[in-house]
Design a protein around this ligand. Structure first.
Ligand code: OGA
Ligand code: MN
Length: 320
């Protein structure tokens, strides 16, 4: 196995392994490389869905995909089918004006997967099955490097803070009504630690991205400005690792310390078919995991969303 670093801050290409037949000793090396490099690119991995799920599961239990307009969970509950082929009319391509693609375009915002869930994703593995001739790259930045390069005074401001994350918020920045009301109820905003540490090597990272809505206990406008400034700092052009896809690349990233985004392509003309497995995290990053309603939620989170969730019931009654 050969490991070739791709960028000064993050990322390595891993050559000379076949992931469907990897022994325990080699897996341990991959595991260590993952903790170190945060993004691993494995070229030429012709995995069938079951093999991708089996390899992914060696890192931990897989997440289930949320049901959304694009029916991304239609193949298997543990597999995201990310594609611009119309699932209802085989071989017809969806352009960016289709509601399902508008939903998918949320992936073009810098984000970390499932930060809107009480247990956010540890890692994602994306297999490129069919890729467009131009565009459609995936980009990565290190939230560790971002933390390491923040002024000491800013770090002190961030330590111990909790950020409320919501996919209803992030999707509301793209278009209204991307979820149906039935489904929205399951998507209550969650609390996440703003600074996280890797459990293996202790490396700290900020934890932000498109779902990060506001910092608790801070004036709303001030917290928005701070989150926007942190995102700008994290995504400076020289910090970006861009992956240009070749069919059957498998790219794995550490959602605890990496932001990623997809880049647009000519979706009405070219297919882009990707399959993602997502490894669940180890637990909530903040306790309790569910956020409490504030007036800022009005117009974005419908009344009743998340109400009645057991974790939101306090000793004094239901949290409002
Ligand atoms: C994802 C994602 C971006 C892309 O699969 O989680 O954000 O380039 N993908 O497809
Ligand atoms: Mn993603």
């Amino acid at each position: 196995m050969k490991i070739v670093p791709l960028h000064p801050h993050l990322g390595a290409r891993v050559e000379g392994v076949q992931l469907q037949a990897i022994d325990d000793a080699t897996f341990a090396q991959v595991f260590d490389a993952f903790q170190e490099y945060s993004v691993l690119v494995f070229p030429a991995q012709r995995l069938i869905d079951e093999q991708q799920m089996a390899f992914s599961e060696r890192f931990g239990p897989l997440e289930r995909t949320i049901r959304a307009v694009g029916k991304e969970d239609r193949l298997h509950p543990n597999l995201v089918d990310l594609s611009n082929i119309d699932p209802d009319h085989d071989e017809r391509l969806l352009g960016w004006n289709d509601r399902r693609m508008v939903y998918q375009s949320g992936n073009q915002l810098w984000h970390t997967d499932s930060s809107f869930k009480p247990v956010p994703a540890m890692a994602s593995l994306l297999s490129g099955r069919e890729v467009p001739p131009a565009g459609g790259e995936t980009e990565f930045v290190s939230m560790r490097h971002a933390w390491d390069t923040l002024p000491e005074a800013t770090r002190r401001r961030l330590e111990g803070r909790v950020v409320v994350h919501s996919i209803l918020y992030s999707r509301s920045t793209i278009a209204p009504d991307l979820f149906d009301p039935e489904h929205e109820r399951e998507l209550a905003p969650v609390r996440q630690a703003l600074v996280r540490a890797n459990p293996v090597n202790g490396r700290q990272a900020i934890y932000i991205g498109s779902h990060a809505w506001y910092i608790e206990g801070m004036d709303h406008a001030e917290s928005r400005t701070l989150l926007d400034d942190l995102l700008t700092h994290t995504t400076r052009p020289e910090c970006v690792l861009q992956h240009r896809w070749t069919p059957w690349d498998l790219v794995m990233w550490d959602n605890r310390c990496v932001l990623h985004r997809g880049r647009p392509w000519d979706a009405a003309r070219h297919k882009r078919v990707m399959r993602r497995t997502t490894i669940a995290g180890e637990g909530p990053t903040a306790e309790p995991p569910w956020a409490t309603r504030t007036p800022v939620w009005d117009g974005i989170i419908a009344e009743g969303v998340g109400a009645g969730h057991p974790a939101r019931t306090t000793a004094r009654g239901t949290a409002r």
